[in-house]
Write a protein of this length. Structure first.
Length: 267
């Protein structure tokens, strides 16, 4: 998890992953050029930045003063793909990694300790990359959710099969306190946490497609006030617009990482 240990513990803003079991709790970007990445996302999403204790290649993105994302400029050094990755809250990182491997997924990195928690980078059995996090969160989960992502969407081969995989790994629809609710709505699997839509899963992605945008992957949707303005800012700062409508645009940053900006009214 590309983040920074919490500077202090305040009962008003520290929430454990036990409170939002199985829900998205963080997003992280692996990039090549830190300076270019900072400038791009400041222009497109209005983020500010602070350093991270993990080193000079890492930064924390802030929206309205709240930590919302981690950036790690290690793609070239570690030979990793440039991409946005969602992290899910789990009770036990070790147990989640074991469950992934037992169900045909892959453990790429971890679990690794990053006080105040532990993280791992994984892939599901169709190759979509995701992370898990066990421990304290940066800020109150509601603060993070409202400040940054609207939701995340998994584009995959079979939504029903993927929902079973993630449900078994992340304790969706279980008896655990704070677990996520799962429903099948309008040909999508919809994940809710505390009544709010936090993820969607849709079928149709192709495993061996030459175009990475139609291979199985998790897509991060960031809530913005002006979709068109974000699209123009992306083009002006070295990125590109893959698809655009009045309420949503799929963008690509200068390093090639893909993400979506969504109107604040759209969920």
């Amino acid at each position: 998890m590309n983040d920074d240990p919490m500077p202090s513990r305040r009962t008003t803003d520290v929430v454990s992953t036990h409170s939002v079991c199985g829900a998205p709790c963080w997003v992280s970007l692996t990039s090549r050029d830190l300076e270019t990445t900072e400038k791009f996302y400041r222009a497109v999403l209005g983020w500010e930045w602070r350093s991270a204790k993990l080193g000079d290649r890492f930064r924390i993105a802030l929206a309205d003063g709240a930590p919302v994302a981690g950036i790690a400029a290690v793609a070239s050094m570690w030979q990793m793909a440039v991409a946005w990755t969602p992290y899910f809250a789990v009770h036990s990182a070790d147990q989640a990694v074991s469950r992934v491997q037992e169900r045909g997924g892959t453990a790429a990195v971890g679990p690794i300790s990053f006080p105040p928690g532990r993280a791992a980078l994984l892939a599901d059995r169709d190759g979509a990359t995701f992370g898990i996090w066990e421990g304290d969160l940066f800020t109150d989960w509601e603060t993070w959710r409202k400040a940054a992502p609207a939701f995340i969407r998994l584009h995959t081969r079979d939504a029903f099969d993927a929902a079973i995989f993630y449900g078994e790994v992340l304790d969706w629809a279980s008896e655990l306190p704070g677990c996520c609710e799962v429903r099948y709505e309008a040909n999508e699997v919809v994940l809710r946490s505390h009544g709010e839509v936090v993820a969607r899963i849709e079928s149709g992605a192709l495993e061996a497609a030459p175009d990475p945008t139609i291979r199985p992957h998790w897509q991060i949707h960031f809530r913005v006030a002006d979709v068109a303005a974000c699209a123009r800012a992306a083009e002006a700062h070295g990125g590109s617009v893959l698809r655009e409508s009045a309420t949503e645009a799929i963008l690509r940053d200068p390093d090639g990482a893909q993400f979506t900006v969504t109107s604040r009214q759209e969920r």
